[in-house]
Ligand binder design. Structure first.
Ligand code: SF4
Length: 192
């Protein structure tokens, strides 16, 4: 083989040298490509960034033992998903950086009135505080009748906005819950 300058640059120095020496690199390249996700667990999910709601596959390694933390090694578009059919925009393609990010919040946080900082709280405390605020707000602002005395039973002081990763089942429960409180302002970023 007499490599040209162009093929030398295109193929990479190692590939050309190996090829010159008579090695067939195709199996090595194929194996390297396969190894990346060969032993991963595939989890299907939805890109959380925008209302297009593209389907994604998250690849994790780890044997699911209790003392092992699963590690995300690859995220890609889901080819079976009817919305994106495997494609992702640049933002969705960078989802690994969202998952493996030291600035990612893993606990609920609260910023108290007058405070200049956020504090970590436990999940039980967060749920208890949210429930208390909802009840207090509803008790104080619930509208039973309108200005003409007609029954309306509505709550205009609380709004609900869902995210694009919420499933139909979750949205069903959210709507039932909000309607039972009298909430009239409810929306969802997407309808997955
Ligand atoms: S991949 Fe891009 S277009 Fe698709 S949901 Fe994510 S941000 Fe939106």
């Amino acid at each position: 083989m007499n490599p040209t300058r162009r093929s030398f640059l295109k193929g990479g120095t190692g590939a050309v040298v190996a090829s010159v020496l008579g090695f067939d690199l195709k199996p090595a390249f194929a194996q390297a490509k396969e190894l990346k996700i060969a032993r991963t667990t595939e989890t299907r999910s939805t890109c959380p960034y925008c209302s297009v709601s593209c389907g994604i596959i998250i690849h994790t390694i780890g044997d699911k033992a209790k003392n092992v933390t699963a590690q995300v090694v690859h995220v890609e578009g889901d080819p079976d998903h009817p919305i994106n059919r495997g494609t992702l925009c640049p933002k969705g393609s960078s989802l690994m950086q969202d998952i493996l990010n030291e600035r990612r919040l893993l606990k609920p946080q609260v910023r108290r009135p007058g405070s200049d900082h956020w504090e970590d709280i436990g999940w039980d405390q967060a749920i208890e505080e949210i429930a208390r605020h909802i009840k207090k707000t509803r008790d104080e602002t619930f509208i039973s009748t309108d200005s003409q005395g007609r029954t309306v039973n509505r709550l205009e002081s609380i709004a609900w906005n869902g995210g694009c990763t919420d499933t139909n089942e979750f949205n069903y429960l959210a709507v039932k819950t909000m309607r039972s409180l009298g909430v009239t302002y409810l929306e969802n970023q997407a309808r997955v």
